[in-house]
Each structure stands twice: as C-alpha cells, then as structure tokens.
Ligand binder design. Structure first.
Ligand code: CMC
Length: 436
C-alpha cells in the first residue's frame, strides 16, 4: 500500500482531541482513510451498513470504475478478454496474475481437465435431495460436501493445499452443476469428457445421454464460455466478501466457497438472472410489450415491492460493460437457434429502452446489469431457468478462490470481525417466571 502525502483529520464538536489518520493510495480508484486506530484512540467505531464507504481489504485482482462503466481483470478490460481469450486463460489470469502463453495455457487446461471427475460417492449424497430441490440448494450442499471428500487439500495455511483446492473447485463445479440438473430430470449423470473444452464439456454433461452421440455446437460453446468469462470475478461483491469473511476464520476452501454459493443465491445478487427471466415471463403472460407501461408504474411505486430485476448496481452508475457483451452474445445465440424473433428478447429490449428513457431510472442511474440478458442466452442454450444461478456460481468460483487465496497470502489479513451500534436493552435482571 502506498502512503499518500496528505492525512485525514477527524475532529469532534465536544472538544475531544482530534485524530490524524493515514491515507493510502491505490494504483487507480479512490484513496482510503486508514481508521484502524480509531477505536483504540477514541473508543468509537465507524458506522457503514451495506459497506457504502468501506474498503474491507486491499486487492490486486479486479477493478471496477462504476462511473465509466469499466471492468478490468488484473488490468485487462473485460471487452478484450471476452473477445480475445477463453475462460481457461481468464482463470489462469485471475488465479496467477498473468495471461498464460500457449504452453502455459495447455498445461493449465490439462491440470483442470484432470480434476473434472468427482468422487463416485457424490452421487449417493445427491440422492438424499428431493428431485424438485432448487439447484442452488443442491449446490450449497454439494460444494460444502467437497471438504468431506478431499481431506488432502483443506489446510488453508498450506499454499499447496490452496493451489490444489483451487484447481479442484474450478474443475468440479461444472460436473456438480450438471449432476444437479441430471438429478432433477431423472437422467443418468454423464461423466466429463476430457477431450472437450471447459464449456464444451459442461454442455456435454448437461445435454448428452448415454443413448446417442452428442455434438457440441461451437456457437453455444463460445457463448457459454463468454458467460463464464463475464461472471468470473467482480471485486468485493456480497458473495466474494462472504467467502473472504468465512475464510478469515481459517476454515477450509470448500466450506468458504459453499458460503459464497449460498450468498450468491439471493435475488439481489446472482439470483437476479433467474428473477429477471421470471419477471419477463410474467410481463409476457400479462400481454407482453403493451403491458410494459403498467409494469414500470408498479416498479416506481415504492409500496408495490416490485423491482426491475436485472437493473441497477451498487457500483455501476453507467452501463454495466458485461450487459453490453451479453446483449451481443444474446443476438448471436438467438440467431444460431433460429430464434431471432424470440418474444422474450424483444420484450427485454423494449423494456430496457423504455426504462432508460424514464426519469425514475435516469435520475437514479439505473442501467441493465449482466443479469438482464444472461437469462435469455441461457434459456436459448437450453439451460432451465432454476439452474441459471448455479451457472453463475460455476463461473464465479475462480474469482472466489482467487480472492480467498489472495487474502490468506496478505500479511495484513486478520479474522473478519465487524462491530455494532448496540440498540438493545442494557443489562437487566431475569425475573422469576411467575413474575414476568
Ligand atoms: N428497480 C427499481 N428501483 C431500483 C432498482 C431496480 N432494479 N434498483 C435500485 N432501485 C432504486 C432504489 O429503490 C433506490 O431508490 P430511492 O433512492 O428512491 O430509495 C435507488 O434506486 C438506489 O437503489 P439502492 O437499493 O439503494 O441501491 P443498492 O446499491 O443498495 O442496490 C441492487 C443495488 C443491485 C441490489 C439493486 O439495484 C437491485 O435490487 N437490483 C435488482 C436486482 C439485480 O438485478 N441484481 C443483480 C446485480 S448485478 C449481478 C450481481 O451482483 O450478482
């Protein structure tokens, strides 16, 4: 961390001595005021629910400029990665800091490929779930259960364990997601096929059956690979912060990632892709494009509790760059599948246009986020709606594990332990039950 020349001074109107605090500069983006000594010197905490102004860590992985609508993985713009690289290269970049050369990519892909199978016992664990269980419920359980299967990579303080746990998680997530799907439709699990690409193998495990040969469609393979790249990491979002906080206690990597999966499920976060498609489906049922006006009215009515899902972001106050790329992919996939006139896509485009012209959305700087179009792409590929967030989890695993490993290697890392402003009862005596 680079110390800035200037310092911050906090003064108090009751005459208590003021406090000088160091300021650190990042390479780009806002500086941070170091408040670590605040409590020791003043007996006060800072108060920042939702972390509106709090940098919880230092990180060199992902940078977002919310005003510009810019997203960089290790300095590389998301547009360039999505156009020139594949997911395996992106994983290498996020985990190791650099894009691989041709040999490095081959070695890394082979390493991941060799870990795609899961312990055979895993299928018996799956059997304990109801067939109609939500895939994210299954994924939370399966990922947590990995720590019961891979005892030799659970020591978070051991760099080799961290490295192998990272590869295992990246490699096994597609297998687990596909197993969760096959289980809910009652089809046999398909073993991974190691001559396929990462995305191609996922398509195979999802849609092949033992009865006939499955040929991977290269347009869908590339589209899925792009979905994976766009979701690979996103700085200190809710699920990543959950993984960091969970991992800060020294728990094993599989348990920490399971916590991330659980957090991602929520509709304000990764669950928004499923919620956005369901929303489009509801508008469609009510009459489609003609009903957008009524729907927008509901969204603007604070008492309705209705939100325009796939819109808005804590950090982006300009178009989410991932949404632009996703819209492009959406067009390609719909064309490939002969769905150019897909009514859901038309509805989404019309909804976006109307929302972007409406003062409610303009004044609040609400733009489409990655989840607005990702559901339409996934649905066109044939992925069922309840599985959308599990696909997001699969793709985000590399980001979670890269951030977790970065934290463990950070000399400033401590167990995460926020404090509170207590508003409950002060100490009081328990009355005997007859007197209460
Ligand atoms: N529809 C209608 N109003 C909205 C929306 C929306 N989607 N998003 C924000 N607002 C309003 C909000 O009601 C508030 O209005 P006011 O100032 O009058 O009270 C204002 O915009 C600011 O919103 P906020 O809730 O304070 O913003 P936040 O940073 O706390 O929340 C968010 C960000 C993403 C949770 C929120 O925009 C949202 O719920 N969006 C819909 C869900 C969604 O698409 N989530 C995916 C996010 S991107 C992928 C990911 O992170 O996983």
């Amino acid at each position: 961390m680079k110390l800035a020349d200037n310092k911050a001074t906090m003064s108090f109107s009751d005459g208590s001595p003021s406090l000088e605090m160091p300021i650190y500069q990042g390479n780009v983006g806002p500086d941070v005021v170091d408040i670590r000594k605040l409590y020791g010197q003043t007996g006060m905490f800072t108060y920042d629910p939702g972390f509106m102004s709090t940098a919880a860590c230092q990180s060199a992985i992902t940078y977002i400029d919310g005003d510009k609508g810019e997203l960089l993985y290790r300095g590389y713009p998301i547009e360039q990665l999505a156009t020139n690289c594949d997911y395996m290269e992106t994983c290498h970049l996020l985990l190791h800091g650099e894009l691989p050369n041709a040999q490095g990519k081959k070695d890394f892909s082979e390493l991941v490929t060799r870990h795609t199978m899961v312990n055979e016992q895993m299928q018996f664990f799956l059997r304990g779930f109801r067939r109609d269980a939500h895939p994210m419920a299954i994924m939370t359980g399966l990922v947590g259960a990995l720590s019961a299967f891979y005892h030799d990579s659970t020591d978070i303080t051991n760099p080799q364990h961290r490295e192998i746990a990272a590869i295992r998680l990246i490699a096994k997530m597609p297998t687990l997601v596909a197993m969760a799907y096959k289980y809910t439709v009652g089809q046999p699990y398909m073993y991974p096929k190691n001559d396929l690409s990462y995305a191609g193998n996922f398509l195979h495990m999802m849609f092949a059956t033992p009865c006939e040969e499955y040929v991977v469609n290269p347009v869908l393979e590339r589209a899925l690979d792009r979905i994976f790249i766009l979701h690979a990491d996103h700085e200190q979002n809710a699920s990543t912060s959950t993984v960091r906080l969970c991992g800060s206690s020294g728990t094993n990597p599989f348990a920490a990632i399971a916590a991330g999966v659980a957090c991602l499920w929520g509709p304000a976060h990764g669950g928004a892709n499923e919620a956005a498609l369901n929303m489009l489906g509801d508008i469609q049922k009510q009459g489609g494009i003609e009903k957008i006006g009524d729907f927008i009215k509901q969204v603007k009515d604070k008492n309705s509790g209705v939100k325009l899902m796939g819109f808005g972001h804590r950090v982006y106050k300009n178009y989410d760059p991932r949404a632009k790329l996703m819209q492009e992919t959406c067009k390609e996939v719909l064309k490939e599948m002969g769905l150019e006139n897909d009514p859901m896509f038309k509805l989404a485009m019309a909804l976006e246009k109307i929302a972007l012209e409406d003062d409610y959305f303009v004044s609040r700087k609400l733009y489409p986020n990655v989840d607005f179009y990702s559901g339409i792409v996934q649905r066109a590929i044939g992925i069922p709606v309840p599985l959308f967030t599990a696909v997001f989890a699969l793709a985000r695993t590399v980001g979670w594990i890269a951030q977790l490993n970065e934290m463990i290697g950070d000399p400033e890392y401590k167990i995460g332990r926020p404090r509170q402003l207590f508003t409950g009862s002060a100490a009081r005596d328990v009355m005997p039950i007859v007197k209460r």
